[in-house]
Ligand binder design. Structure first.
Ligand SMILES: C[S@@+](CC[C@H](N)C(=O)[O-])C[C@H]1O[C@@H](n2cnc3c(N)ncnc32)[C@H](O)[C@@H]1O
Length: 252
């Protein structure tokens, strides 16, 4: 999301209490910035105007949230949203950063990452820029605390199928996978701003949860007890839109 340049947005973001600027200084100790520092930290990368992360923070006071976004004009809108709330959530921090540098300011402290309607970067030559590319998954490995959890939603089928592949190849187990979220509303769902727009247009929403138990999968690969699922099987499964809610358990 790149809004038209808003005059004064940069200064506004710089002076806002909601935004933490000294990123490297907090590496490994972001929890200290929250009132309840023992709570898990969930991070949304590319939060846009912040609708999702703000509602999540309001609904789940036992979790600490960080919303990351790279554009001032967009963060400005998120701050305005927060300023209009009756009660300010004390479990939410916003940061202005490029996700490419994520491992420079987080270290073994994030419990879950949300990727909502991330830019699809459709050209093959830009695949590395997708937030579920191998390059990004390697960076996320450094910032997760114990276990890795990535929750993803997207309207973009190609990005979704690419992500299923990269996540599986990176040792993740996928659960609660759906090609049509709004026909599976047994999931507790907080809609993002983009999501609301797409749903109004009748566009179906893909969603998945990806879990990995730390680095154990690497040890299994080394010992030769690990096998990737046959690619054609999950591709076939994913294309079955008539069975929109899949639970893919590839490893015991
Ligand atoms: C398509 S918008 C989705 C916004 C929001 N998540 C939603 O669902 O409504 C993608 C957002 O990710 C941000 N973004 C893209 N690449 C990023 C990066 N490398 N680092 C930080 N933010 C990024 C964009 O600025 C944009 O606001």
């Amino acid at each position: 999301m790149r809004l038209k340049n808003i005059k004064g947005a940069m200064e506004y973001v710089e002076n806002s209490d909601y935004v933490v600027h000294d990123l490297e200084k907090n590496k490994g100790k972001w929890n200290k910035l929250f009132e309840n520092e023992e709570n898990d930290i969930h991070l949304e990368i590319g939060m846009g105007r912040g609708k999702f992360i703000i509602e999540m923070a309001q609904n789940n006071t036992n979790i600490n949230y960080i919303g990351l976004e790279m554009y001032d004009s967009v963060i400005y809108k998120a701050i305005k949203h927060l300023e209009n709330l009756e009660k300010r959530p004390n479990n939410l921090i916003l940061i202005r950063a490029d996700a490419n540098k994520i491992d420079e300011f987080f270290e073994k402290e994030i419990s879950r990452i949300y990727l909502n309607f991330s830019d699809p970067w459709p050209k093959a030559k830009h695949a590395k820029r997708r937030l579920t590319s191998k390059q990004f998954l390697n960076k996320y490995d450094k910032i997760f605390k114990d276990n890795n959890e990535i929750f993803m939603k997207t309207d973009n089928d190609d990005l979704f199928e690419f992500s299923v592949q990269t996540l599986i190849e990176h040792g993740y187990k996928l659960e609660n996978v759906t090609r049509d979220l709004y026909n599976n509303m047994n999931i507790v769902n907080v809609a993002t701003e983009y999501e609301e727009k797409f749903v109004k247009q009748g566009i179906t929403i893909n969603r998945l949860e990806a879990y990995r138990n730390g680095d154990k999968w690497k040890r299994r690969v080394k010992r030769g007890r690990f096998s990737f699922p046959k690619r054609k099987n999950w591709e076939k499964e994913l294309k079955k839109r008539t069975v929109p809610f899949l639970s893919l358990h590839f490893w015991k």
